[in-house]
Write a protein that binds this ligand. Sequence first.
Ligand code: SAH
Ligand code: SF4
Ligand code: F3S
Length: 428
Amino acid sequence: MRFIIETYGCQMNVADSELVSSILISAGHSPVTDIDDAQVIIFNTCSVRDHAEQRVLGRIANEKHRKSSNPEIKIGVIGCMAQRMGKRLIEIEPGIDFVVGVDQYQHLPHILEDAESCAEDALQMDKTQVYPNVMPFRQDKNCGFVTVMRGCNNFCSYCIVPYVRGRERSRPVNDIYEEAKSASEAGLHDITLLGQNVNSYQFDGYRFPDLLRKLNNIESLWRLRFVTSHPKDLSDELISVMAECSKVCEHIHLPLQAGDDQLLKKMNRSYGVDHYLGLIDKLRAAIPGIAITTDLMVGFPSETEAQFENTLRVMEAIRFDYAFCFKYSEREGTAAASYEDQVPEEVRLRRLQAMICLQRKITLEKFRGQIGKTVAVYVENFSRRSDDMVSGKTRDFKIAVLSGGADKIGGLSKAKVIDATAGTLICE
Ligand code: SAH
Ligand code: SF4
Ligand code: F3S
């Protein structure tokens, strides 16, 4: 059958869609890029905020008309929302034919044959599942992900991920090495290691810094990155390995969430603001020019105006290169959803806007600070704006555009930054 996967949520879902594609292709099905050609439409979903769930439900409602003109068409839901809601999804949206949870993707070929069979098992969580022996089918030829662990043990009080993804488990170090080696030999020279808490990787005595050291030896690999790091697991050893390994890029994504100790405690983040600031100092001292990006949340239950201001002050002190700013969303079953003092929606929205506005200003200043510098751009594709421009990434995770054509794609270009917006370096 011809299938298409529409992916929502984080990079873990992007990587999982590549796994699922690979599983389906091995079973004889073929991927298509135009939904009009698809006989199977799969939505890989996210549950992290209510908005993410509503969006996907809207998309499914929009696409189910295809089944009335062609009753052969099947619609499936996989990913975190499938895991969270299971059969309830089919009750809400009867257009859905099958729902498969995050640990059962190997059964998808079987489920496609008979949408009814396997229905019970399709939602089982499997705390050891790491999909051994499945080589992802990669859409992007130049840069991509290698999953190193699945699940999360942290139970931040607002977060649904540990419930839908299960407990943390690391993949065998040799599997990761082999996958990274063969992918980079096939042209994937910029690899991002993936895990919900990637720096707590641990397999047979191998810890995350050991893994970086090992992968740094792969000749065909040019750049190595990783997301997402938790501040509680950012050891001095990891910082020195980042500094010492030539391929590990000068960038870290280190979610702060809030710049207030009381809030961080209620969030169950297991660090305080001083610890976080200390990490930033160590990173900047060890890795000159390192870019630091983060996740921040406004409107967590009981957040006062003063606490929110504390977060803004910490943002000003640190000056992140970029911050993903989110408005707290209650997730049924998490600890924070039962806290009494929920912040009114309009207050959440106002704080979010103020936060985004502050970060935009800092990001623009940071990007403009690069003007005049020479950067190495790993060119990934044509620029979205024009056919005689290409775009890529710098080592410190900034999007850069420069003039050029197909011959530049997949290679490194040295370029001078001549202008910048709050998201793109314009180079020559
Ligand atoms: N494991 C990663 C990613 C988690 S989800 C990490 O720990 O950083 C990505 C981001 O979504 C989180 O960092 C957090 O800022 C945000 N997020 C998680 N749950 C949320 C919720 N209930 N409401 C709003 N934002 C949330
Ligand atoms: Fe969620 Fe916290 Fe785990 Fe990240 S570390 S996935 S925020 S529980
Ligand atoms: Fe969303 Fe699941 Fe990722 S809830 S953020 S897709 S792990």
